[in-house]
Design a protein around this ligand. Structure first.
Ligand code: PBG
Length: 332
């Protein structure tokens, strides 16, 4: 109540579209969006991903076209994932470090087309390339348990980062949640004369049920789960610790992932981070919106915009989202 007994009227500033636009606190821009893209070996046509309507596994050619469309729409960066032929997977994920592997070929294609016009990012992780589907190489720990071998995996990530840098990635993005992965990659890139290449660290990455559709997207054969390396969904403090460690190891950017169920973690990381903070609206978060929209239960365009707005409001400087091109076109 104000002095005269009249109600305070915050609604005044919501009365017209012009007023709402004037006082909007969170403004999205195409440049802060990153489009994740999948490129597959051994296909002649783009292949729809059934659990992610509107998203496909690209051929090398269709990837170039879709990348160009995204860049013309104003999207700030592209994040590439490679999908090898099943017969090219092995225990070490060799295709990930092969300059002639699908991901590295695709990076080189986009680098040739786009140069420095956009920011090319690559997923630096082995799960797309291993026959067992884990993010690292397998081994045994001191107590005799079968585990993903942290330090043996670091050597693979280092080699992968160098291969991606040589193929044309501006940013490598370790997403496997191995301890010390950022430091190992930074040291390897620097030793290879590539101190120009940035590291986007998947810093607070949670073991989430919402990655479900991604498994189909990359044809992953994972049997089991990633709880021995990704974070427990209930752990807030541990997410902050991971982000802090990654910054100390030399990360140029940090990420919180998934986004929508972790907005509190995102806010805290954003408040504490000295580097730009990315958030990834992942496959399952996208697919839930699409599935409900297909049933006519929610409006896809409104839900896409609201969800990404919420992620930015929570503190993300940049958002990886499968809606990136569509949103960029609408925001212009
Ligand atoms: C690991 C990786 C995953 C995603 C991005 N990088 C899968 C996982 O950790 O299980 C998920 C992205 C998404 O679900 O959209 N290479």
């Amino acid at each position: 109540m104000s002095g005269q007994g009249q109600p305070v009227r915050p609604r005044r500033s919501r009365a017209t579209a012009a007023l709402r636009r004037l006082v909007s606190e969170t403004r999205l821009s195409p440049a802060q969006l990153v489009l994740p893209m999948f490129v597959a070996d051994g296909i002649d046509e783009p292949k729809p991903i059934a659990s992610m309507p509107g998203v496909v596994q690209h051929t090398r050619d269709s990837l170039r076209k879709a990348a160009d469309e995204a860049v013309r729409a104003g999207v700030g960066g592209l994040m590439l994932f490679g999908v090898p032929k099943p017969e090219d997977k092995d225990a070490e994920g060799s295709e990930g470090t092969d300059p002639h592997g699908i991901l590295n070929h695709a990076l080189a294609d986009l680098k040739a087309d786009l140069g420095d016009e956009t920011v090319l990012m690559a997923d630096t992780c082995l799960d797309e390339f291993t026959d067992h589907g884990h993010c690292g190489v397998l081994g045994t720990d001191g107590a005799g348990r079968a585990v993903v071998d942290n330090d043996a995996t670091l050597a693979r990530y280092a080699a992968m980062a160098i291969a991606q840098a040589e193929a044309g990635a501006h940013v490598v993005s370790p997403s496997g949640m191995m301890d010390g992965q950022v430091a190992a990659i930074r040291a390897a890139l620097d030793a290879a004369g590539r101190d120009d290449v940035l590291i986007l660290a998947y810093a607070a990455k949670y073991a989430s049920a919402f990655y479900g559709p991604f498994r189909e997207a990359v044809g992953s054969s994972l049997d089991g789960d990633r709880r021995a390396y990704q974070l427990d969904p209930g752990n807030r403090r541990e997410g902050l610790r991971e982000a802090r460690l990654d910054v100390a190891e030399g990360a140029d950017f940090v990420m919180v992932k998934p986004a929508m169920s972790y907005l509190d973690v995102l806010r805290e990381v954003a408040d504490a981070s000295p580097v730009p903070v990315f958030a990834y609206q992942i496959s399952g978060e996208y697919s839930m919106i699409l599935a409900a929209a297909e049933r006519g239960w929610i409006d896809e365009q409104a839900a896409a915009l609201e969800s990404v707005t919420s992620i930015v409001r929570a503190g993300a400087d940049n958002v990886l989202t499968y809606f990136a091109t569509d949103l960029a076109l609408r925001l212009r």
